[in-house]
Design a protein around this ligand. Sequence first.
Ligand code: ADE
Ligand code: ZN
Length: 330
Amino acid sequence: MTVTDLPKVELHLHLEGGAPPQFIAGLAKEKKLDISGIFKPDGSYDYRDFWHFLEVYEAATSTLQSPDDYKRLTLAVLEESAKNGVIYTESFISPDFCGGRDVGAWREYLAAIREAAEEAERTMGITMRGVVTCIRHFGPEKAKETALCAAETAGDWLTGFGMAGDEKKGKPADFAYAFDMAREAGLGITVHAGEWGGAASVRDALDALRPSRIGHGVHAIEDLALVDRLAEDEVVLEVCPGSNVFLGVYPSLARHPIAELRKRGVKVTVSTDDPPFFHTTMKSEYDRLSETFEWEEDDFRDLARIAANAAFCDEATRTRVLKKLEPADV
Ligand code: ADE
Ligand code: ZN
């Protein structure tokens, strides 16, 4: 077996970010929306840099207008994940895009997404859990409304709360109220930090929001005391190497700090972030990591175990996932 065939656990996948461009183009055609500007002539997504990516992402998402659109999206995304050997995935879902942060509408979107997840579990053997995500550049007031949607629907399927968006906007402390509400509802906490911001941004997120996981977190490497803190406190990093290289956070995978962070004892995991936007898949992440850092089967099994242990799911699900990660005894 090659490492790309190993069973995988993905903790950092934006649901709309997993939308194949053809899927979004098809929805736009059905609804007679002109979003042709977001595609290149070859049909892939077209954007200049991260900030333009966020705009293109939101334009693509504007074609998703009903619970049924999200059901179809979820099935398409999970099909691609399952094809890549992902057995458990946590996906970021935003009430901002699903019903405009209205709790009643959000419940309908969530029910449709869950229905798709249950169908995918039956037919493709992939387990999904949802992490409600507020969008940093939409501001703290909207984040509170988002947290209320999350708190009202927290349970065995909707298991986490996070924050994505433009890390350069606002301070983590501005979002403390929203995160406290989510924590009190029993949700696991993750925050995007240290993708575009430096080590101080990671530190601020840890101090203000007390996440058990950080989305990206890679710029922590600039401050070795912070790296030690992450290792000691067992904060798990949801590292997305392909995303970081594609967006120019690092010039190449060889210059990416994932291996160094791991060597220094930080619990790192591997995810795709927004795979069609960054021309990546979980198989390709594994392939490139094994080629660049000479990681082998044991390294990848270890990464997947760390991810399963950091997942925001119930213990019975975790045990089931961990079991599937072990080599079959033949
Ligand atoms: N939303 C979708 N992908 C994102 C990323 N990589 N960083 C921040 N927000 C995002
Ligand atoms: Zn992300």
